[in-house]
Design a protein around this ligand. Structure first.
Ligand code: ATP
Length: 364
């Protein structure tokens, strides 16, 4: 089913009892293409959940419009929007079996009853859908169990099955993996991607975890203080962050942000002419990804290694540039010790230059 989602100037303002206003979502305009899995990413309080609640019809917007395909759904109640919702806490019915949990919303759906008025036919159709959905989310052998007899990951798959059984036009997931341990989180996120691709349902996935968003989405919408910072493919947000906030939010260890002057076509780092640029003289912010430092015998800039840890195949080192610290990931076949004075030349693909007020400068 083709179903793109279009948000047009969507704004939600909350007014508290003492009349202070919070603009939770501020003039959000974005189109989510049909069949895509889109991540809503940002720190706590940036307006992700509010956006999802607006999409679900659980909040009414202060202004702006929401379209599912050509239909303006802004004022439609949740049950008329054709959405499937999955929250962080799975909210399964504890006294029902997995089978019953998936079947329940169908049994209670007025439109489903209208479509299948004969009770026997309805029962058969529900049975077919439950089994088919269970197959898609790989829980066929768990249908007779109660939720308490399932692991967290299995419970979350049941919640997803319940949400997609009604064949929603749009699937909305609010931090669906937060309650799972690290290993299960990775497994389940891959599972979500697989299920989403198998069903082709346009899906919006709220997360504060940049790695999660980078790994399974088609596009990421990065938000801060209710305002969209960037909408782009995951790789694009990493290699072309629109501003300092996006650059710092994506990547682990985080990007190093260095205040640097440019003088006479040279970027000055730690008092040295570290590399060339075509930008005009002035003060800039230079972001360098930790994996983008190369040890060299000349060029670049000098720094003193202050801390070293082994992280998988790499050394994670912190280095001191006259009291300012940055971090680098260096392949562990390099001999490098705390106290060493080394020279780093940045790889240009990992260098991002921003204006002093934090916006990306494209040509440099
Ligand atoms: P988290 O990751 O912590 O859930 P979030 O990005 O989902 O954060 P929202 O829950 O959308 O953020 O909240 C955005 C802003 O709106 C916050 O400042 C929050 O305090 C405020 N807010 C959210 N819901 C309400 C409400 N019902 N009444 C008043 N303010 C609210």
């Amino acid at each position: 089913m083709q179903m793109d989602i279009r948000l047009d100037g969507l704004t939600k303002t909350f007014t508290s009892k003492d009349r202070t206003e919070t603009i939770a979502v501020n003039n959000l305009s974005v189109t989510i293409p049909s069949g895509h899995l889109v991540g809503l990413l940002g720190p706590s309080g940036c307006g992700k959940s509010t956006t999802l609640f607006l999409l679900a019809g659980l909040h009414a917007p202060t202004s702006g419009k929401i379209y599912f395909g050509d239909e303006d759904v802004t004022m439609l109640p949740p049950e008329k929007r054709g959405i499937g919702l999955v929250f962080q806490n799975y909210a399964l019915y504890p006294h029902m079996t997995v089978y019953e949990n998936i079947a329940f919303p169908l049994r209670n759906s007025k439109s489903f009853k209208e479509k299948h008025p004969a009770a026997a036919e309805r029962r058969e159709e529900i049975d077919r859908i439950v089994k088919n959905t269970a197959r898609i989310v790989a829980i066929e052998e768990l249908l007779d169990r109660k939720p308490s007899q399932l692991s967290g990951g299995q419970q979350q798959r049941v919640a997803i099955a319940r949400a997609i059984a009604k064949q929603p036009k749009v699937l909305l997931l609010d931090e669906p993996l937060s309650n799972l341990d690290a290993r299960l989180r990775i497994q389940t996120r891959e599972e979500i991607r697989r299920i989403q691709q198998a069903t082709g349902i346009t899906t919006v996935f709220v997360t504060h975890d940049q790695e999660e968003a980078l790994s399974i989405t088609d596009e990421i919408i990065v938000m801060k203080d209710g305002i969209v910072q960037q909408v782009a493919e995951p790789q694009e947000t990493y290699v072309h962050p629109a501003n300092v906030f996006v650059a710092q939010f994506l990547g682990n260890p985080p990007i190093n942000m260095i205040d640097a002057d440019i003088r006479g076509g040279k970027v000055i780092i730690n008092g040295e002419e570290a590399f060339d640029t075509s930008l005009a003289d002035g003060s800039y912010k230079v972001g360098i990804r930790p994996e983008s430092f190369i040890l060299a015998s000349d060029g670049g800039f000098e720094a003193t290694i202050d801390f070293k840890a082994t992280v998988g195949r790499d050394f994670q080192v912190r280095f001191d540039m006259n009291g300012k610290y940055s971090e680098a990931l260096i392949e562990s076949d390099n001999r490098i010790e705390v106290g060493d004075k080394v020279r780093f030349v940045p790889k240009m693909s990992g260098v991002h230059i921003f204006s002093a007020d934090g916006n990306r400068i494209e040509e440099w």
